[in-house]
Ligand binder design. Structure first.
Ligand SMILES: [Zn+2]
Ligand SMILES: [Zn+2]
Ligand SMILES: [Zn+2]
Length: 387
């Protein structure tokens, strides 16, 4: 029997988060039909050699068999909610090596690319051999990030093929020369990512230069996606006033704020107010950094939960946050608090494990009290109706 997902666990704690019918779960480990453990990134089983595909609407990696028509696939075992027939994403054959499935049942014009790959507006120039492996790393990180957004039922329509006005899209680019550097950022639904960030040595160099404790591809993607959801879930909505109370007024001059940070560094007291120094630059960056942090928490806790790792079985005492730290108008208070305190405990353990291996801290952050209400606000906004 597979372990319960985070959503199951939250439900078992009598929280308000019910896995609605058809709600995909954020889970990272699964079981093949042969009983072997399989993981989110697998495209075939190392034990029984079954082909595997990720079903983004069910949130599961499942064994698949070739269908009667060319390029079609059927589900290899009985799985509730699965479609009768699938395509594999067209990127299964490219360097992106995408393992996602595209359901064909009831779809008039199925798209050749999966829910995640169809977000790409521009992909790197693959005639340059090095770009292939950089792109592969980015797509792997992107699948992890996007699968969580789908599981949370956040809008993830492609700006390229589904919603040209409000959808999301990616330009994955590489600087042609040093005078034309590609800048990673978000602008009105379009996320640009400099693919050199996928080069470990280069990314580490930048991390050191910027004095950041943490710089990863999933971190970049979660941050930029956070800006997109600010546009979707905060701007022009009833959430805007509460956002301004917690994060500050985003109408403050953004260019000026970036310039000040560049020249003078972050606010001296940032450690007691923000999840990161960059969050102190401007209320928009605070939102994006805190959003990314919430996604780190949720994904990692889900993974821990799906392998049966529970904070309450850990023998370590930490000072728990109390409900006084929460966003008072927020939802799922008990639930969120339990999630947050599990996170504090789990990360303390993971840091100590990393130190045993001589690795940098798994979680090089300390959550200040003032960020708890912001994280809870984000949780509440995500739990709200955003159809
Ligand atoms: Zn197997
Ligand atoms: Zn794909
Ligand atoms: Zn940003």
């Amino acid at each position: 029997m597979s372990s319960p997902s985070l959503f199951d666990e939250l439900q078992s704690q009598h929280c308000d988060i019910q896995p609605e019918e058809g709600l995909p779960r954020l889970q990272r480990t699964y079981q093949c039909r042969c009983g072997n453990a399989i993981f989110f990134r697998n495209s075939f089983c190392l034990n029984c050699h079954s082909a595997l595909g990720y079903e983004p609407y069910l949130g599961k990696v499942i064994p698949i068999d070739p269908g009667s028509e060319p390029e079609t696939w059927t589900v290899g075992v009985q799985i509730e909610g699965a479609a009768a027939l699938y395509w594999r994403c067209a990127n299964v054959k490219t360097a992106a090596a995408c393992n996602w499935l595209i359901p064909l049942s009831g779809v008039d014009n199925p798209q050749p690319f999966c829910k995640c790959c169809r977000l790409n507006r521009t992909i790197p120039d693959l005639s340059i051999p090095e770009n292939k492996s950089l792109w592969a790393s980015i797509e792997m990180a992107k699948r992890r990030v996007i699968s969580a957004l789908i599981a949370l039922r956040l809008p993830t329509e492609s700006r390229v093929t589904e919603d040209p006005q409000r959808g999301l899209a990616f330009d994955l680019l590489r600087s042609v020369d040093s005078s034309h550097r590609v800048l990673t950022g978000h602008d009105d639904g379009l996320i640009t990512l400099n693919i050199e960030e996928a080069d470990d040595a280069k990314r580490e160099q930048i991390r050191k230069r910027m004095r950041e404790p943490y710089r990863t591809l999933v971190g970049h993607l979660r941050h930029e996606v956070g800006h997109y959801y600010w546009d979707r879930l905060i701007d022009g909505t009833q959430n805007l006033n509460a956002y301004r109370e917690l994060f500050g007024d985003e109408r403050a001059d953004y260019e000026q704020a970036l310039k000040k940070n560049y020249e003078q560094g972050p606010q001296p007291n940032w450690r007691s107010l923000y999840v990161s120094s960059y969050a102190s630059v401007h209320p928009w960056e605070d939102w994006a950094e805190t959003w990314a942090h919430y996604m780190h928490m949720l994904d990692t806790l889900s993974t821990a939960s799906s392998v049966g790792l529970r904070a309450d079985s850990v023998e370590l005492s930490v000072d728990p946050f109390t409900s006084a730290a929460l966003y008072q108008d927020g939802v799922d208070k008990e639930c969120f608090l339990s999630l947050l305190n599990s996170w504090v405990k789990l990360t303390a353990v993971l840091n100590e494990l990393s130190r045993s291996m001589g690795q940098p801290d798994f979680y090089p952050f300390a959550l200040p009290y003032a960020t708890v209400a912001k994280l809870h606000f984000i949780h509440s906004v995500i739990r709200g109706d955003h159809s």
